[in-house]
Design a protein around this ligand. Structure first.
Ligand code: FE
Length: 295
């Protein structure tokens, strides 16, 4: 079966684009690669021309997913898989492909109605290496995709089936926690390359926001520590303190974006080898730390 290979780009809809520009560059250390029509901000973290498209359209939530496949053959195979699953697929126009910076794309909605795109042929920028505006070592991305995200879905089983059996991702593990206390919440974590997870989700009716957080993986632990204290200096709210996750072994903390959802800033995750990986179950999200901090 055809499978997506990575999270290539993420579209965000925000209300305060100026706050986002300052936050993305001076706090997270992303680089602005371009400014598009209607004030869209293109942000990069690696050799891809951009990984985040931040639109000043006011939702303060995710806008769309951009899943990458290897080539045109894989794109057509994915379109057939989606249609076979009863999902309406729309061929992207040349203007849409140009706006995303890809050779070609298709568009559809996931089971929660989240606008989703599959593309091949991302615009690369090897001629102008990634340069963070902050003195950090950079991000682990490229073939592992831009990072990961936790999204709140409408229906757990339908979404699990879709991401596994239609998009072709593999389950890494499950985490079952009590949140809030007394309420059992189950999350499933999926990978589509060696990154331990690219998307993870619980399900909840009518979530206030779809996007709980996206994760950026720094190349050095020092970058995480320096950013943690920079947040304190800049008055950026820290949502969860430093900690280490049980499933991907990431050392990270969570900071709040100007849109209310969070960013996990981490380092040191283990990777998945599909030839030996076995699905696991965790009843704690963290080995230590990740305490709720300021709200
Ligand atoms: Fe995370």
């Amino acid at each position: 079966m055809a499978s997506v290979t990575q999270l290539g780009y993420l579209g965000l809809s925000v209300s305060d684009i100026n706050a986002w520009e300052h936050f993305a560059t001076n706090t997270l250390g992303m680089q602005i690669s371009a400014r598009g029509d209607e004030g869209t901000l293109f942000l990069r973290i690696d050799d891809y021309h951009h990984r985040f498209l931040v639109h000043p359209t006011g939702k303060d939530d995710l806008d769309y997913f951009g899943w990458e496949v290897t080539d045109e053959h894989a794109l057509r195979a994915m379109a057939e898989q989606l249609k076979a699953a009863g999902i309406e697929v729309r061929q992207g126009t040349p203007a849409e492909a140009q706006a995303r910076g890809v050779v070609d794309l298709i568009a559809f909605k996931d089971p929660s109605g989240i606008p989703s795109e599959i593309f091949y042929g991302p615009l690369m920028a090897f001629n102008s290496p990634f340069q963070s505006p902050r003195p950090i070592s950079g991000f682990v991305a490229d073939t592992q995709g831009l990072g990961h995200m936790v999204v709140i879905m409408d229906d757990f089983d339908r979404s699990l089936h879709f991401y596994r059996d239609v998009l072709g991702m593999r389950i890494s593990d499950f985490v079952q926690v009590e949140r809030p206390p007394g309420n059992k919440m189950r999350l499933v974590f999926f990978h589509c390359n060696p990154r331990h997870h690219t998307i993870a989700f619980p399900a909840m009716p009518n979530p206030p926001k779809r996007l709980n957080h996206f994760m950026l993986q720094a190349k050095s632990l020092d970058d995480v520590g320096a950013t943690y204290y920079l947040c304190q200096d800049q008055g950026i709210p820290i949502a969860r303190t430093l900690g280490r996750h049980t499933n991907d072994h990431m050392v990270s903390f969570y900071l709040r974006t100007p849109s209310g959802f969070e960013v996990e800033y981490g380092w040191g995750a283990r990777v998945v080898d599909d030839s030996t990986w076995q699905v696991q179950l965790h009843t704690a999200g963290s080995m230590w730390g990740h305490r709720p901090a300021s709200r």
